[in-house]
Design a protein around this ligand. Structure first.
Ligand code: V47
Length: 386
């Protein structure tokens, strides 16, 4: 960006500016000044960013913010296996195409032994370092079932990080067992749990939750569960499911609530914006469509700009497709999630992406986007530089 002039500068390194593609509006002007000074953005800034249609300016600002906060050209990914212990769920979230009731033919609940056998078989094929496991809130299991799963997987694969169960599932375990969130998390950690994934957050605003996930725990419970995990030294991830009934104010509110918790605990490893996929959900019957690529890039950029205390923003390629994820790396994202063996939640809802991306192929995509591919473990320690 040339000194005082505002706009997207398209000069090459060491060259004079060729042209200015776009001119920033006054609110983006003041936001740019804050980003340059490494100042925190506020609610109004968040709204102005979401209301802007100057996509390239948003991407450039987000990339600037990422670099100003110490970001480099390194882009992370992890080799992981997705497991779902059960698809039986008592909650009828309107956005979900994955959950079934126990009586439906497609219902399954895997035993700990089946999950271990499956994971060991997959391990012969791929050298994953992480198991990412989530599932429905089944009323037909007890808390010991979850502890057994974690213990059995850890015993079978002591060197694999177990990133298991959303805060919603943890809350469900407290209902099943009568134990506190702290006790449930402590017992799971003792059995081998390493971290929590970020699902279940949806959108925190009461209005949205009532409309799309009326049977789900209150957002304060989701946040409190993560607060408790962080206090116990269990790192977690965080998400926002966007592109359904929420408005821009509710998106900003969600991001700022996550930021406030991160100020308190520093326990979030990464944020993942999740684009709503309507296929096979009640919203498909109402004619709802996918988010656009422009929405997805905007959400990546705004997340990076507002979440100034979360180091990693994931462009989840399974959700957005690899070509868009490559562009997202220039809009503030620094992680493409992983090799993802057998994802089911987004594919039940219409995702067309291949579910397994070989490590070398993932590295090639990252390099083709002009970034340096770094394979990481769950805790963002380098495993291999490609
Ligand atoms: O909690 C469900 C969302 C989440 C749909 O922590 C849907 O690293 C879009 O949390 N369209 C599960 N979204 C996935 C998840 C996740 C994914 C990748 C990485 C991490 C991480 C976490 O997916 C659910 C819900 O919020 N979801 N159905 C749907 N039709």
């Amino acid at each position: 960006m040339a000194g005082g002039a505002r706009g997207v500068d398209v000069r090459g390194r060491g060259e004079e500016p060729l042209t200015t593609l776009t001119t920033l509006g006054s609110s983006l002007e003041s936001i740019r000044a804050k980003v340059e000074a490494n100042e925190r953005l506020d609610f109004e800034d968040g709204l102005a960013l979401l209301e802007s249609s100057d996509l390239l300016a948003l991407g450039e600002l987000a990339d600037l913010a990422r670099r100003n906060r110490g970001g480099t050209d390194e882009v992370y990914f992890v080799q992981n296996l997705y497991l779902n212990q059960t698809n039986v769920c008592r909650v009828k979230c309107k956005f979900c195409a994955f959950a079934v009731t126990q009586k439906q033919a497609a219902a399954y609940t895997h035993s700990p032994a089946e999950l271990v056998e499956d994971a060991l078989r997959q391990r012969e094929l791929t050298g994953f370092t992480e198991i990412h496991m989530v599932g429905g809130e089944s009323p037909h299991v007890d808390f010991d079932y979850y502890v057994d799963i974690v213990r059995s997987l850890k015993q079978a694969m002591p060197d694999v990080h177990l990133k298991c169960f959303t805060a919603s599932e943890i809350h469900h375990m407290t209902v099943l067992s009568g134990l506190s969130h702290e006790r449930v998390l402590t017992e799971l950690r003792e059995a081998g749990l390493g971290s929590l994934p970020g699902g279940g957050a949806e959108v925190f605003a009461e209005r949205v939750r009532r409309l799309v996930a009326p049977g789900k725990e209150h957002s304060e419970i989701w946040l409190e569960t993560h607060r408790t995990a962080h206090a116990l030294g269990i790192p977690t991830h965080c998400t926002m499911l966007y592109g359904h009934v929420e408005n821009d104010e509710e998106r900003v509110d969600h991001l700022l609530r996550l930021r406030a918790l991160q100020d308190e605990t520093s326990g979030f490893l990464a944020f993942i914006p999740l684009a709503f996929h309507p296929e096979n959900t009640v919203f498909e019957q109402r004619g709802w469509r996918h988010t656009t690529g422009a929405d997805d890039l905007k959400l990546i950029a705004v997340s990076r700009l507002l979440l100034d205390n979360v180091a990693n923003i994931k462009a989840y390629w399974i959700m957005m497709g690899m070509p868009l994820a490559q562009i997202a790396l220039h809009f503030g994202a620094n992680d493409v999630q992983g090799t993802v063996v057998r994802e089911q939640i987004f594919h039940a809802a219409g995702a067309q992406t291949e579910t397994e991306q070989k490590v070398g192929e993932l590295a090639r995509f990252v390099r083709a986007a002009g970034r340096i591919p770094v394979q990481r473990d769950t805790l963002y320690r380098e495993v291999r530089r490609w």
